[in-house]
Ligand binder design. Structure first.
Ligand code: IPE
Ligand code: IPE
Ligand code: MG
Length: 243
C-alpha cells in the first residue's frame, strides 16, 4: 500500500445491537460477531504496520445497559483476551488499556493484567482497549492530579503546557489519533477521547461494526489520505511545506 499510513487509528465500534436485530438475534449475538471484527481489524493493523490502534469497547455510560447485556459483554471480553493471547504474542501486539479498569469484574481485571504483562515485551502494534472509559472522566482525573501536583509544589500553574496536561491523561505516551473511525452511521463522539481528538480526521461509515472488513479499513485509510490536514494554516502554506 503506497499511501501515507495513519500512526494512530481510533475506532468507535458501534452497531452490534442493530446487526443482531436485523437478524432477529439477541443483542449478545451482535457483540459476539463484533469480537470477530475486532480480531480482523487487529490482524489488519498488524499487517499494515499501523503503530497504534485504540478501540472503544465499553463506555462508562454502557454500565447503564441491562445487567444481562453488561454481564454478557464482560464474559466476551474475558474470553476474547484468553483466546487471543497466543495470537497477540505471535503478532507482536502489545496490549494496554485506558478507562476505569477498577470498575471491571475481578476475573476480567486479572485476565487483563496477565495479557498486559505478558505482551509488554512486544514492540509491534500498540493495541489499546478503552474499557469503562469516559473522555470527560479522563480530563477530570487529570485536572485533579494536576491540582494535587500544584498543591504539593511539584508543578507551577505557568508550567502547565498542552504536553504537560496530556501526560496526565490515560493516553500518556501515545500520539493523538490521526484517524477516528465510527461505524453504524452515528455522527457523535459519545464521550470517547475528547482532548486527544483536537485535530483528528473523522471517518464515519454506515457499515455496522460486525460487518466492518479489511476493505472498509482500507477505504478509511484511503479517505484519510485524500484529506488535507491544515492544522489552522492555509492550503497554500501546507502545499508549500510539502514541496
Ligand atoms: C457497540 O454496539 C458495542 C458497545 C457499545 C458495547 P451497540 O451495542 O451500541 O450497538 P447498537 O448501537 O445498539 O446497534
Ligand atoms: C459508544 O457506543 C461506545 C462504544 C462503542 C463502546 P454507544 O452505542 O454506547 O453510543 P451512543 O449511546 O449511541 O452514543
Ligand atoms: Mg450503539
Amino acid at each position: 500500500m503506497n499511501q501515507k499510513l495513519p500512526i494512530h487509528i481510533a475506532i468507535i465500534m458501534d452497531g452490534n445491537g442493530r446487526w443482531a436485530a436485523d437478524r432477529n438475534l439477541p443483542r449478545i449475538a451482535g457483540h459476539r460477531a463484533g469480537v470477530d471484527a475486532v480480531r480482523r481489524v487487529v490482524e489488519d493493523c498488524t499487517r499494515f504496520k499501523i503503530p497504534y490502534l485504540t478501540l472503544f469497547a465499553f463506555s462508562t455510560e454502557n454500565w447503564n445497559r441491562p445487567q444481562s447485556e453488561v454481564g454478557g459483554l464482560m464474559v466476551l471480553l474475558d474470553q476474547y483476551l484468553k483466546k487471543e493471547l497466543r495470537t497477540l504474542m505471535k503478532n507482536n501486539v502489545r496490549l494496554s488499556t485506558i478507562g476505569q479498569i477498577d470498575d471491571l469484574p475481578a476475573n476480567v481485571r486479572q485476565t487483563l493484567r496477565d495479557v498486559v504483562e505478558q505482551s509488554a515485551v512486544n514492540d509491534g502494534l500498540n493495541l489499546t482497549l478503552a474499557l469503562s472509559y469516559s473522555g470527560r472522566d479522563d480530563i477530570l482525573e487529570a485536572v485533579r492530579r494536576v491540582a494535587t501536583a500544584v498543591q504539593k509544589g511539584d508543578l507551577t500553574p505557568d508550567a502547565i503546557e498542552p504536553d504537560t496536561f496530556s501526560s496526565f491523561l490515560h493516553t500518556d505516551g501515545m500520539p493523538d489519533p490521526d484517524l477516528l473511525i465510527r461505524t453504524s452511521g452515528e455522527q457523535r463522539i459519545s464521550n470517547f477521547l475528547l482532548w486527544q481528538i483536537a485535530y483528528t480526521e473523522f471517518y464515519v461509515t454506515d457499515k455496522l461494526w460486525p460487518d466492518f472488513e479489511s476493505v472498509d479499513l482500507l477505504d478509511a485509510i484511503k479517505v484519510f489520505n485524500s484529506r488535507e490536514r491544515r492544522f489552522g494554516k492555509t492550503s497554500e502554506q501546507i502545499r508549500g511545506e510539502d514541496t
